[in-house]
Design a protein around this ligand. Structure first.
Ligand code: ADP
Length: 296
């Protein structure tokens, strides 16, 4: 099964064009939707999760018309939003039980088996009686995964899941995500390149509502090979490079800036070619799309 998105557009009442004619085919497996804050990721996720209307375009999950057959979509959808609203006085067990009931698991015995299995699966069994309000960020995210898995979903949407998690929690969350079946479409929306690098066989990059790249991360890296140049510079030089419009990234190594610049040829004295990283790919695309249109 594939999710095929065609010509999707959304402009908010304030005139912000959050999605601009996005067409994208998402196969089964883990798919990374990468974009900076404000790129339009949440808007796309909410539309696919039937929580928001698009202005134009179509989205089909197999034979299902995602934008119009909302009830049918909800039956096969697992959604983990950016902010998972929690009920302070409710335990993890009670909450999962309640959501399972809402999702149509009406048989009590069946629900008990399901809820217990899910709590074990996301490693929250020990904490099942604790109130959700006292959960850490990582525990909340694992709880979010548990609730999104109720009903054996065909489409799982995870919006900015690792923002705010510490490295240990992030790892546990990654491991959990990779256990989700290969036959499910899982869309992971994130601005964190490492999430996509570690988890996703396919990805898309969006910025300002526009699709900039779609395909495997490997192919994007290959395309960029030979075009990324590195130089270690003095701190005082950084501003000059930053305003030159060519810089795609800079980081400090032992207190000294190392910059990456994109170009078909060496951009100047002291630059050496370097193997592109997925961060270079990401910042390279975002950088190019932020440049003013060239006048011909
Ligand atoms: P992302 O998830 O990539 O950060 P969003 O989809 O949240 O991006 O936002 C895309 C753009 O749409 C941003 O410029 C944001 O400010 C704007 N936006 C999002 N939601 C609304 C809304 N309800 N009303 C008006 N503008 C919005």
């Amino acid at each position: 099964m594939e999710l095929v998105i065609n010509g999707l557009s959304k402009t908010y009442g304030n005139g912000v064009k959050a999605l601009d004619n996005v067409s994208l085919t998402i196969p089964t497996g883990m798919f990374g939707l990468l974009g900076p804050n404000g790129a339009g990721k949440s808007t796309l996720m909410r539309i696919l999760a039937t929580l928001q209307e698009a202005d134009a375009g179509t989205a089909k999950l197999g034979d299902l018309d995602v934008l119009n057959e909302k009830d049918a979509v909800r039956r096969v959808l697992g959604y983990l939003p950016q902010e998972f609203g929690v009920y302070p006085r409710v335990s993890a067990y009670e909450m999962l039980d309640h959501i399972a009931l809402l999702k149509g698991v009406t048989n009590k015995g069946e629900r008990k088996t399901l809820v217990e299995a899910l709590l074990h699966r996301v490693n929250l069994w020990e904490q099942r009686k604790r109130r959700l309000s006292g959960f850490s960020g990582g525990m909340k995210q694992r709880f979010g995964i548990a609730q999104s898995l109720i009903g054996e979903p065909k489409l799982i949407i995870v919006d900015e899941p690792t923002a705010g998690l510490d490295p240990g929690e992030r790892n546990r969350f990654y491991n959990l995500l990779t256990e989700i079946g290969e036959n499910v479409v899982v869309i992971l929306s994130t601005h964190i390149v490492q999430d996509v690098q570690e988890l996703c066989g396919n990805m898309a990059i969006i910025n300002k509502g526009k699709l900039l790249y779609a395909g495997p991360p490997d192919a994007a890296l290959r395309e960029m090979r030979g075009k990324v140049w590195e130089k270690s510079i003095a701190k005082s030089e950084l501003e000059g490079y930053a305003t030159s419009g060519k810089l795609i990234s800079n980081k400090l190594v032992a207190g000294k800036p190392i910059i990456h610049v994109m170009g078909d040829n060496a951009p100047g004295e002291g630059f050496v070619p370097t193997e592109p990283s997925l961060e270079d790919v990401f910042f390279g695309y975002i950088h190019s799309s932020n440049q003013p249109q060239a006048h011909v």
